[in-house]
Design a protein. Sequence first.
Length: 252
Amino acid sequence: MARPDDVPGRSMDGFEGEVAGLGLSDLLQLNARNRFSGCFRIRHDDGLGLIFFRDGEIVHAELGAKIGEEAFWDILEWQTGRFAVEPNVVTARRSIQKGVEHLLLDAHRVIDERRVSGRVRPPPAAPAAPPAAAAPASAAAPAAGGAMAAVEAVRKVPGVANAVVLTREGRRVSADGYEAEVLTGQAVYLAMMGAEFGGIFQAGELRFASVQGTQAHLLVFATKSHYLGVQARPESEIGVVDAAIRAALGGR
């Protein structure tokens, strides 16, 4: 069952709790019926599983190096753990195509087969490093080979909280991890919206887009092959951060 559990001193969008038995399955079905969009983070021992919803559909799951249904099966097999629900957190990936009911039925069938066979599965492997993709360097989005160095340079800019480099298809070629996954999804979404508005107003191809928020600001720089997504702190000025990023990457 699921039991809400407030964590003193911690503030976040969404909620946390503990899960045991089939409580996670029940929570997933409930959120599917409510057309939830966001992310479930589930911790069990040293494992961290991520399940992403979009308008009530489960579109992506990952656990270590595993993604899609295989990751979803392993997460659902956990008998205990802690979960956190974060609404409106998006992902650029779609590794699951089945409806929620079909997905859960298949998952329980696989879990039952595993229990009958008594197969012991190894712990999830560490995520594989994203492959680098060759691309011409520019001040807005550097070549994949120098992506990590560029991200580190951008993170040193005053007011910057995080940064990622990704391809136009939404594949990261720099940082990894949950925060990078969230920023990647936000950057791709903003880039898509910017391109759509550019087409509507005949403004040409997207080169730069930004959104000013109360919790954080988002900036996206674009070239023909890559995006640079940047999360800036809410107290910073977008124009100042933009200029500082361009200066930091001007020699790359």
